[in-house]
Design a protein around this ligand. Structure first.
Ligand code: SF4
Length: 546
């Protein structure tokens, strides 16, 4: 890669952009990455750490490079949220790991699903959480078992490579790619190409921060392209040619931004090169000095889409891309795929809602068995912490739905069950301030009991800290975990409220209502009041965000 430093004025205090000559690491994370590529930790895990145990792990690997293979130490049980910010990282570290299995495009066959279920039961105390990026996360993993886990995963074509870390994370794809009756384009091959060519490639294993990709032709826009670092969104040219509209620079966290259209049409056979160009720009021009400014959204925001396009075309692709159209508006007001719907081939797909994304090893086996009994060999995960079983013959649908529902895997859930998401929270996450999964699950139960007839689309996203893993800013009701003071003057778990966030036609971030907080205990009362107010005051066709 040529270094175009000579063409740019070098400022005395840079942002740590490699392409402008700032190659010296400017913080500890960058130093660690320079000292040794995160990908190299794999061999040490196999040769040294899995044999020597937890205490043999080099601290720079433990808190840094392990992430390149989806491994994070989980939170030591019993440390409350008030201590999160004041304890040293090692005081929060448990001797067990969370392990994230990447499921690119959310695509699983039954062998793969059963392999994850077996690993969960053998090594993860039965834990298995669906994430809002189509992954499955296991907990309680000991370093000694990691090589065996990898063998089991790799035997069925799965991996944990670059599931976390400053890397290209799992590639989101529509769970219905290739079967949706209205799909714009089937992105399966493009997801596979980017995965095969670039995941685990040292050329992209030291990015300034995480890099999230979505490639999809879903008419419901289910991969939330607006909030990915790079997204290829299916479009059709007036003459009928199909390809993608390129979006770059979306992301939530503490400084949320929507991705911007770069304005180009990308043919399917160009997706790999364009992806590498965008990731290359991020690697070379991304800001590395301050971690909290290191996502590509800050660069895109400073450059603007025109300059981004020019650099992409001239320095990386060496050819111009044609202008292209914007994507059509999303189909419907829900982006999940819950329910029973026809496929292109006359079969049906069945999407179901586990409770706030929480499953376990036995349930994963059960899903595989139910799918198999009904003639299906393919299961999908969604970006809403849901699952979909594909290829069900018309005369098998009723029995499959009945079996799922009998096991609390709801195909016709209430709005609250369907549209409430929760991040990992204090149970396992070292950054968490409050509990999330159980709180959200109880909230769903309470709201179902108190507001049984409520059917409108309404998203409730529960986060354990300001990091927005569960996308609080784009939820109708976003709940950001923090400590609050209750009526007795005690500090207790609670939430800052964001209201009215949305994606799609009227994309907007939820408004942080100043001073509007609730204790976790009062959360059902609060949400009930807000929902009832909306339900009784709304005008014809008015959504919650309106
Ligand atoms: Fe952890 Fe915060 Fe992310 Fe929740 S939002 S998983 S608490 S970092």
């Amino acid at each position: 890669m040529s270094t175009p430093a000579s063409r740019h004025h070098k400022r005395p205090r840079g942002e740590g952009q490699w392409a402008l000559g700032y190659r010296e690491p400017l913080n500890k994370n960058e130093e660690n990455k320079k000292n040794d590529d995160g990908l190299n930790v794999r061999q040490r895990i196999i040769d040294i750490y899995s044999k020597g145990g937890f205490d043999s792990i080099d601290p720079a690997d433990l808190r840094g490079r392990m992430r390149w293979y989806g491994l994070y130490t989980q939170r030591k049980p019993g440390i409350d949220g008030g201590k999160t910010a004041i304890l040293e990282p090692e005081e929060l570290d448990d001797r067990y790991f969370m392990l994230r299995v990447r499921i690119d495009g959310g695509q699983l066959d039954l062998r793969q699903l059963r392999a994850i279920a077996d690993i969960s039961n053998l090594y993860g105390r039965g834990t298995a959480d669906l994430t809002d990026r189509q992954n499955i996360q296991l907990h309680w993993i000991e370093i000694e078992s990691v090589p065996d886990i990898w063998e089991r995963l790799e035997a069925v074509g799965l991996s944990t490579t670059e599931a976390c870390g400053d890397t290209p994370r799992v590639i989101l794809g529509c769970p219905l790619a290739g079967i949706d009756t209205d799909e714009v384009i089937d992105a399966t091959e493009q997801i596979q190409e980017v995965y095969d060519r670039f995941i685990g490639d040292p050329a992209f294993s030291n990015l300034p921060r995480k890099f999230k990709t979505a490639i999809s032709g879903c008419p419901a826009h289910c991969t939330v392209h607006e909030i990915n670092d790079v997204a290829f969104v299916g479009v059709e040219l007036p003459g009928g040619e199909k390809g993608y509209d390129l979006w770059v620079g979306g992301g939530l966290s503490t400084n949320p931004m929507f991705g911007k259209r770069i304005g180009v049409f990308v043919r399917p056979d160009q997706v790999g090169e364009v992806w590498a160009g965008v990731a290359g720009i991020f690697r070379d021009y991304g800001y590395r000095r301050l971690r909290h400014r290191a996502r590509i959204k800050f660069l895109v925001n400073d450059w603007g889409p025109e300059k981004f396009r020019e650099v992409l075309e001239t320095e990386y692709l060496k050819e111009p891309l044609p202008d292209g159209p914007a994507p059509a508006q999303p189909r419907g007001s829900r982006r999940d795929h819950v329910g029973v719907f026809p496929q292109q081939d006359g079969n049906f797909y069945v999407g179901f809602a586990p409770r706030v994304g929480r499953l376990d090893g036995d349930k994963l086996h059960l899903v595989a068995d139910i799918a198999e009994r009904h003639g299906s060999g393919r299961v999908r995960t969604t970006v809403e912490q849901k699952m979909v079983i594909l290829d069900v013959a018309p005369d098998r649908v009723e029995s499959l739905v009945a079996e799922l529902e009998a096991n609390d895997l709801q195909v016709n859930p209430s709005t609250f069950r369907r549209q409430t998401m929760a991040c990992t929270g204090i149970e396992y996450c070292k950054l968490a301030i409050v509990e999330t999964k159980a709180t959200a699950s109880d909230l769903v139960d309470e709201l179902e009991r108190r507001l049984p007839g409520f059917q409108e689309p309404l998203t409730i996203n529960v986060n354990g800290c300001p990091n927005s893993c569960a996308r609080i800013q784009v939820a109708d009701i976003g709940l950001k975990g923090q400590l609050v003071v209750d009526d007795n003057g005690d500090q207790v778990e609670g939430f800052q409220i964001h209201l009215g966030g949305s994606l799609g036609v009227n994309s907007g971030f939820g408004r942080k209502v100043r001073g509007l907080k609730t204790t976790a205990a009062a959360l059902p009362d609060y949400v009930e009041r807000v929902v009832t107010h909306y339900d009784t005051q709304k005008k014809e066709g008015e959504s919650f965000a309106d």
